[in-house]
Design a protein around this ligand. Sequence first.
Ligand code: SF4
Ligand code: SF4
Ligand code: SF4
Length: 392
Amino acid sequence: MTEPRLTYTLESCTHCLHCMKICPVEAIHLEDGIVKIDPVQCIDCGICVAGCPKGGLTVEKIPLEKTLSSYDYKVALVPGSFFAQFASLEEAGQMLKAIQSLGFDEVVDYSDIEGALYLEGICRMEVADQLCITSFCPSINALIEKNYPMLFEHLLDLEYPCEVAARQVRARLEGKYPRIGIYSLCDCLAKMALAKAPFGNQASAIDHAVAISQIFPAANRQKGKACFPVTLNREGLMSNVSDFYHYAKKKKPIIAVDGVNHCIQALEAAEFGALDKIGLLALFACQGGCIGGSYLWSNPFIGEVHMEKLSYLAGKHVAALSQTEMSGHRELAMDKTSMPLKMQRYRSVNEVLEKLPRFDCGACGYPNCRALAGAIVDGKAGLHLCRVRKEE
Ligand code: SF4
Ligand code: SF4
Ligand code: SF4
């Protein structure tokens, strides 16, 4: 069963329904005066959390100190997007040192793994005979899996960098410490959800996902002159910025798209075959790429400037990863038997939609008629909820 990732607080909610209107996949509706989020439809984009004017939607924070005390060796994994917050390697190194002082034994920058996967995606695109879609964004992958199953075969089978990093760290430390705690510092809600319900059916090597915004205030207070040496990998940094895909050395055209609604437009175009002459479609749910993740504290425009500057200073090689380390997981993720069911559901929703007025007024508590039709097909609602239809 899919667990809800978001917490709704009725006391904070003014029933403005802004969250329902802005959810890009119609996962929110109003039922008996309460905002309900369908965890099956939700792609963890975080748009509703950021958009609620009253803080009515939140994500559970982990009790960091309590969990840290339950391990003998604690490792914090830091994504490349984290460095978008800093104008210099020295400043970034000071923050890494400060994060370690919160109770970690080791802080690992895995931009070299991000770089290896980014380059592998471009290599595979060059030899493919069809449009390739690459996304290290769990929201986008969930979107494709749930709403665009016909495009699944275009999605490059590349593992999430944080998972590869966690497996490497665990393999290195296994046997040396009885209890190893691996914490993935996350730039967005989708990566938090990833650690709870990893894409595919393999168990995640990550023990805890922590929002960068959760630890930032405490780390910032600890920050001093003490500094880790930071080298970073250039390609890994580039993989976090949608605009930087255009700098990639490639023979075929690449389109990089940011923002969930823009990605939906691109996926619809791909579904109709309009992008068949494109080599690679690189998709990011957040504005500007992962540097626009809502758990980072700098805006993506400044972040892009920082990333460009840091990429010229970066001196770390890409990680040497085997094909097994890089892929093989997404094939497992796609349950082939679910495709006919998804197509059947799609047809059933269209049949129910024929019975609805298609005014998309929202009076039923669902964002539009299609959303209500979907809920009816899933057995969660009835035709009687449509107020317009009753009056006809
Ligand atoms: S946006 Fe916030 S206040 Fe408005 S309905 Fe949603 S949860 Fe309630
Ligand atoms: S996280 Fe995104 S997909 Fe999920 S309910 Fe909120 S807006 Fe919708
Ligand atoms: S027309 Fe009916 S089904 Fe469509 S949004 Fe309005 S109340 Fe809901």
